[in-house]
Design a protein around this ligand. Structure first.
Ligand code: NOJ
Length: 467
């Protein structure tokens, strides 16, 4: 096992000691600075130009699934406002722009037929990025599965591996002449866990029986997507983006330490290790051996792909403890709100040390060539007052997390870029519009945009202005 992590207990003084001043120069000239977005969260225009429903359109129409009954039919209207929004990203100083492709916009049936109007939209986005001097980074799958495929079982059906490879090939051929950076899947663990097991996300399936087949089909697809891109675009830089959270045991008891290792296997190891040829992390979580029921001959090889980079998406760390009341996992989270630690508006623990630790953890894998932070950011209850949005909590979150990234980098970890999540307040999945993550405030009544104080700080940082 490559990741023998020791599991210290979380205490308030295990903050990294930041000795370097925080400025852009300290990260080096070649460090990539970007901002990340996702199609479903910003585009709107869900019925325009031949786009068909994705699972989130259907999910949002059901009662009680999205906070306040919100939906993404208009979202940030990025579909019509992409030019000015990209100009804002550029003004803030970002040089990389990460966005995702809506699968049902470019392939209304999920496979086969291609919708040229959908392709044209992304061509316009890419061309605008390039005209502004921003590098476009494509994420192929950011959770908006075409409903047409859900009708055939979605991620439960192994045929999705072929459908996904077809879709990948269509995107590679359409955009590969101008797009050099590709991310295959975004946070596959959220799809398997929230989308197919707890039902908090679309398509809203529940039951542990879904978990293992969905994990396996996602893990096969991430590798197959990588291979398809490599075949069609030999010069592209190909990565995959995984959620990760450093896990602390609640105490040093053997049961809590084992619970932390199980949580770590699920939250941090489940998708990277099969790609690296290490198989699923059943050493820490024996339940995962049942996945062999869904494996066919040759799958261990098929799961492997040598990604050029791994995108890490880190927001918080977690503390877990053993629990007899939670069958299968036998653990429960000790929420940050009960531990008297700083939290964001979503109750997520603010712990920059967790960012530093998780970077160290992932850097220990021999097969990892390069790491980037492809998402990091914070939601707060922002208010627009007299044309200003004062959000000191977000600004200090960014400062502290960037300092943790810098410390890891200075210790020799090959981390080459950082993407803030996110440009605009947007449709935050089951939280609807109640959780604002943007550097730019969006008034959803008028579609007005206001750069928040944190956005101004970020712009100053990127322009190397005095802080
Ligand atoms: C992860 C997801 O990729 C993104 O879509 C989401 O909005 C952020 N984290 C914040 O929850």
């Amino acid at each position: 096992m490559a990741t023998t992590i020791d599991h210290p207990t979380r205490n308030s003084d295990n903050k990294p000691d930041y000795d370097s001043p925080l400025n852009r120069e300290a990260f080096g000239e070649n460090f990539k600075w970007g901002v990340a977005t996702a199609a479903y969260q910003i585009e709107g225009a869900v019925n325009e130009d031949g786009r068909t429903d994705c699972v989130w359109d259907v999910f949002a129409r059901k009662k009680g699934k999205i906070r306040n009954g919100d939906h993404a039919r208009q979202a940030c209207d990025f579909y019509h406002r992409y030019e000015t929004d990209l100009e804002i990203a550029k003004e803030l100083g970002f040089e990389q722009f990460r966005f995702s492709i809506s699968w049902s916009r470019v392939m209304p049936d999920g496979h086969g037929l291609v919708n040229e109007a959908g392709i044209d939209f992304y061509n316009r986005v890419i061309d605008k990025c390039l005209a502004l001097g921003m590098e476009p980074w494509i994420t192929l799958y950011h959770w908006d599965l075409p409903q047409a495929l859900e009708k055939s079982g979605g991620w439960k059906n192994r045929r999705i591996v072929e459908w996904f490879a077809d879709y990948t090939a269509v995107c590679a051929r359409a955009f590969g002449d101008r797009v050099k950076h590709w991310i295959v899947l975004n946070e596959p663990m959220a799809v398997a866990g929230l989308g197919y097991t707890t039902g908090e996300h679309a398509p809203g399936h529940t039951g542990i029986h879904n978990f293992l087949p969905v994990v396996h089909h996602l893990a096969l697809s991430q590798a197959e997507g990588g291979r398809t891109l490599r075949r069609l675009l030999p010069d592209a830089r190909i990565g995959n983006a995984v959620s990760c959270s450093y896990v602390y045991p609640h105490s040093q008891s053997a049961a809590d330490v084992r619970a932390a290792r199980r949580a770590d296997a699920l939250m941090n190891r489940l998708f990277i290790e099969p790609a690296l040829g290490m198989g699923y992390p059943k050493d820490a979580f024996p339940f995962l051996s049942n996945i062999k029921r869904f494996m066919r001959e040759g799958d261990r090889e098929r799961l492997k792909f040598d990604f050029d980079f791994w995108g890490l998406q880190n927001y918080f760390s977690v503390v877990v403890q053993h629990s007899y009341l939670a069958p299968v996992m036998w653990l429960k989270e000790v929420p940050a709100t009960l531990r008297n630690v700083p939290t964001t508006g979503l109750g997520w623990e603010v712990n920059p040390a967790g960012m530093y630790e998780i970077l160290k953890q992932f850097s220990r894998y021999k097969g990892v060539r390069e790491l980037l932070i492809t998402e990091n950011g914070a939601a707060f209850k922002d208010k627009l007052k007299e044309g200003q949005v004062a959000d000191p909590g977000r600004q200090s979150y960014y400062q502290d997390y960037l300092a943790a990234v810098l410390k890891a980098k200075n210790e020799g970890i090959n981390i080459t870029g950082y993407f803030a999540w996110t440009l605009l307040d947007n449709f935050e999945w089951a939280h609807g519009y109640s959780a604002r993550f943007g550097l730019v405030y969006v008034d959803f009544q008028t579609q007005g945009r206001t750069v928040k104080e944190s956005g101004k700080w970020f712009a100053g940082f990127l322009k190397n202005a005095e802080l």
